[in-house]
Ligand binder design. Sequence first.
Ligand code: PLP
Length: 415
Amino acid sequence: NKSLKDADKEIFDIVESELERQTYHLEMIASENFTSPAVMEAMGSVFTNKYAEGYPYKRYYGGCEFADKAEQLAIDRACEIFGCNYANVQPHAGSQANGAVYAALLKAGDKILGMDLSHGGHLTHGSKPSFSGKNYQAFYYGVELDGRINYDKVMEIAKITQPKIIVCGASAYAREIDFSKFREIADAVGAILFADIAHIAGLVAAGEHMSPFPYADVVTTTTHKTLRGPRGGLIMTNDEEIAKKINSAIFPGLQGGPLVHVMAAKAVAFKEVLDPSWKDYAKQVKANAKKLGEVLVSRGYDIVSGGTDNHLVLVSFLNKPFSGKDADAALGNAGITVNKNTVPGETRSPFVTSGIRIGSPALTSRGMKEAEFEIIANKICDVLDNIEDTALHAKIKEELKELASNFVIYNQSTY
Ligand code: PLP
């Protein structure tokens, strides 16, 4: 019964360092967030010891009576949040959730139409290095030079390619996705409509982004981005036949035992989302991203699509002498964590890129509002305006450390 500190000092020290990094660096990766201590407590619970192959009340192992209750609560809460009839809370991650959708509804070699990775789509939407691009015949739509999806063009591509499934949803798209337009496109070509709301799920849950229901046939999300839960995946549908196929595709199709501790933590996070205060959080996430975009534009930076409807902004350096990689590194030295990202009309390689993606969900969870985002956005511009001035980066890092200390998210006993 040793504590982590006594059992393994090396890992304990690494965890301590990570806590310090998360506390004093400003986390602005659009896909990251800070879960509550309650979510982490469930994740670190005795459920990590339990095998529970199967589904609630239909297991292949004994002793599942409490695992059943935890998984069922997670399912019921997910259905309540998103207003759907069936949910599978077992996917270990978003990629597994997406893999299960394809495995359930397609045969190898079937055609899929998804958003191009370099235009903001995800690897699992048909990208060549992913199983989705290897096992299926993938076609792509993208964004126009104005950074927006042109739905007429998607319709044209769908009519030419005749996909069995159309994937809508993105990893780096700052504008609202119109699921009703995707439904029209899917209907025009007789395709299944699959919405991957991994990035925007927390906003959808609050009514701050259009819901994929009733338009999509099947919906997936990660649980750890704007939804602020443990790392994991979730699949939802209103169609009983699809639900049955999805369940078999997850288990025994792709996974063995579910992570019961993570499903319990998903239930805890979903309870937080069902609280009325969630709406305030989601509104603030959007307001903070908007402020960020406004300051960047006022300081002469080019934002893809000119602004944002959601939790992120994509900054383009196509007209600058430095790359996304340079900006990512300079901001990192100034204590601001972002990621380099390709932009429409990209001229550099995916490892270098001409843009960065900046998100508001994590800092909003720390309680930061527009006033703090205005300060941070100006510091970002100061760094970018002086990309080679390492002394300035170090000075900004110290200043931001002070700002961060006023918004402590975890104290020493919460991990
Ligand atoms: N779908 C989208 C749109 C994503 O952005 C991501 C992750 O970045 C995923 C799926 C995959 O999630 P995971 O990293 O949990 O496999």
